[in-house]
Design a protein around this ligand. Structure first.
Ligand code: 1YM
Length: 645
């Protein structure tokens, strides 16, 4: 305990500060979204953001992140170091101010491209409020300064000089341990989550070196990776296409600045039939797009159409190209740096600044037009890809019309294999997609027929990664799925027409089941992304083991639960363990109780918050390249239950 903190030294400012930090502890979700694993990792982003801001301002080029043995985190940069002097407004050191006053982070320095969107940039003080311990070291002008906090900022060890050093360097080092009283679910950091985002930050900030070290497994087994990309987002695109077959050799790379708004775009086409656009504003992923993305997309369509017409590849009689056509097989990164971004949308990840559309469009148009003219071979390949996509789109439309007339895609009396529920209330309705007919029987008997519908599908459905929509629609399982959803697909997709609030994939708890689930998820991800994003997709979790003793049957999800249950049985109890082989083996009552009944089941919501990671996984599992797939399956063989990206 710190002796400076007895009551007589509290002043009005201290009380205000404590109230602020206390507010964060009372409602952590308001500041970091949640106190789940996601919120936990958010703490790291808050601190790293300050280092990134320093790098964007041009003062630093190395950021080191350590996951320490005790699951605390250390972030170090080689910037100017947080100012150590007294802050005129608060009367205490600027460092203390930054770590105790809410929202102090971004407000001090003027100008620059500070990270300030959505949940980001709420500041170091929030991290302090939610940490049981936090220490700051600043290296400045030959002196090492240090101050620390305990108990969510309540106990302060004031700023002091703890040593001297030789040389020119300066920088900031922050170590914090998340408070287990706040993060009750988990305080364990996930290496892959940190890795993915830090690598992304390195791509987005060319030349910046980020080093991640995991110290948790001891000195000789420690894991360390370094991310540094001289090519920036160009190298990001290269990675996105790593498991695909690129169509063009060159990666288009366009950069420009108008009115302090910087736009950078990198793109390359591949042979696949889906497009991928990731856009960012000040390093924040704008999942919902916005004006920067709109501008670039518009320019892409315009320039390809113009080129195709000018070179007479596209004739007057041909159907005009639309946006979807020019985005087939496109891998594109858009990065916008804006001094004053306005974020909109449900998750505050949509850029709203209206002036950016024109800026983005004009910068990209100019650069891309130049690329097409200077690379006629590449240009021809791109135009031909778009024209093939256009033809397929028109064929798919015809296929849809045809199936519609046959009653395949819209509701008629002919239901295919769907056993529907009686409720017409979408909010309570659920659709179980069940693998195989042997499981369909128990599922139909075990369901609550009022609100639960069952759709059996045969084993392995078509791999949608390798086909276009017109071909996919020829597949019976796919058609019955789309019919059941009610939303339509492709240009017709309308989420308002969704017939079930929850779509639940129910497959066996084995590798085959996981494979089918991945096929279905690929399909949903490609063609029904809004369903995933809006939380309509779930995976049922059938039990893996049954423990029988006396007249009791207990079902458990995995080995861990099994061990726990068995350990808690009294020593005299005789018990039997059986491994559940498949859904088809369970009787309807068992299936109902363990997997389907709203009151007792354990559903897994499929989240797509990291679409990039998801796409990579799908790519590896579905793509043409066998080696990465084998490696992925080997790496994850023991972990099939967590395959739901
Ligand atoms: C490991 C975390 O926080 N680095 C960092 C933070 C700051 C500065 C440099 C900095 C900013 C400015 C001037 C400015 C911050 N300073 C402030 C504040 N790394 C980490 N590196 N001098 C140094 O923005 O003008 C907030 S963050 F407000 F004190 F200036």
């Amino acid at each position: 305990m710190n002796e400076n903190m007895n009551e007589s030294t509290y002043n009005d400012n201290d009380i205000k500060v404590l109230k602020g930090l206390e507010a964060v502890r009372k409602r952590p979700g308001m500041y970091i979204g949640s106190t789940s694993s996601r919120g936990l990792h958010h703490l790291v982003w808050e601190i790293v953001d300050n280092s990134i801001d320093e790098a964007l301002a041009g003062y630093s080029d190395i950021i080191k992140v350590f996951i320490n043995k005790d699951n605390s985190i250390t972030v170090i940069d080689n910037g100017r170091g947080i100012p150590t002097g007294i802050h005129p407004k608060t009367g205490v050191s600027t460092i203390e101010t930054v770590f105790t006053v809410l929202h102090a982070g971004g407000k001090f320095g003027g100008g620059g491209y500070k990270v300030s969107g959505g949940l980001h940039g709420v500041g170091a003080s929030v991290v302090n409020a939610l940490s049981s311990f936090l220490e700051i070291k600043v290296y400045q002008n030959g002196s090492i300064y240090s101050m620390s906090f305990k108990n969510g900022g309540k106990d302060i060890e004031k700023l002091k000089v703890i040593g001297e050093y030789e040389g020119e360097k300066s920088g900031t080092e922050v170590t914090f341990r998340p408070d287990p009283e706040i993060f009750t679910e988990t305080t364990e950091f996930d290496y892959d989550i940190l890795r993915t985002r830090l690598r992304e930050l390195a791509f987005l900030n060319k030349g910046l070196k980020i080093i991640l070290t995991d110290e948790r497994r001891g000195e000789d087994k420690k894991v360390q990776e370094e991310f540094m990309y001289e090519g920036g987002i160009k190298e990001y695109v290269k990675m996105l296409n790593k498991n695909k077959t690129p169509l063009t050799k060159e990666i288009v790379d366009v950069e420009g600045e108008i009115d302090e708004v910087i736009i950078e775009v990198a793109l390359q086409y591949n042979k696949s039939y889906s497009g991928l656009i990731y856009s960012f504003v000040n390093n924040i992923n704008t999942h919902e797009g916005g004006t920067h993305e709109d501008g670039v997309k518009q320019a892409l369509t315009k320039e390809i159409k113009r080129y195709a017409k000018d070179k007479k590849i596209l004739k007057e009689k041909d159907e005009p190209l639309i946006g979807d056509d020019v985005r087939e097989g496109l891998a594109m990164i858009i990065s916008c740096k804006h001094p004053n971004p306005q974020f909109e949308g449900q998750t505050k990840t949509k850029l709203g600044n209206s002036e950016v559309k024109k800026i983005a469009s004009s910068i990209f148009s100019e650069g891309f037009r130049k690329f097409l003219l200077e690379n006629p071979n590449e240009a021809k390949i791109i135009v031909e890809k778009a024209m093939a996509a256009s033809k397929a789109r028109i064929a798919a439309k015809k296929a849809r019309e045809l199936t519609r007339r046959k009653g395949g895609l819209e509701l008629t009396t002919q239901w295919g294999k769907l056993t529907d529920c009686s409720s017409k209330d979408v909010k309570e309705s659920e659709l179980f997609i069940v693998e195989g007919n042997s499981a369909a029987g128990p599922a139909k008997q075990g369901r609550d027929s009022r609100i639960q519908a069952v759709l059996p599908i045969r084993g392995k459905i078509i791999n949608v990664e390798k086909s276009r929509l017109d071909k996919i629609l020829a597949n019976e399982e796919i058609r019955s799925l789309i019919t059941a959803f009610g939303t339509g697909v492709g240009e017709e997709f309308d989420i308002e027409k969704l017939r079930y609030n929850k779509i639940i994939i129910m497959t066996d708890a084995d590798v085959d089941g996981a494979h089918i689930r991945t096929l279905l998820l690929t399909f949903f991800y490609r063609y029904f992304e809004p369903l995933v994003e809006n939380g309509h997709i779930y995976a049922a979790q059938p039990p893996l083991f049954k423990i029988s003793h006396g007249k009791t049957n207990k079902y458990v999800l995995d080995q861990e639960e099994l061990d726990e249950y068995v350990n808690n049985l009294s020593e005299k109890t005789k018990y039997d363990i059986s491994r559940m082989k498949g859904l088809g083996e369970m009787d309807p009552i068992e299936l109902k109780e363990t997997t389907m009944d709203i009151k007792t089941r354990n559903l897994l919501k499929i989240e797509l918050d990291d679409a990039i990671l998801a796409d990579e996984t799908f790519q590896i599992l579905m793509g043409e390249d066998v080696a990465p797939r084998r490696k992925f399956i080997e790496d994850n063989a023991l972990n099939v239950r967590n395959l739901d990206v």
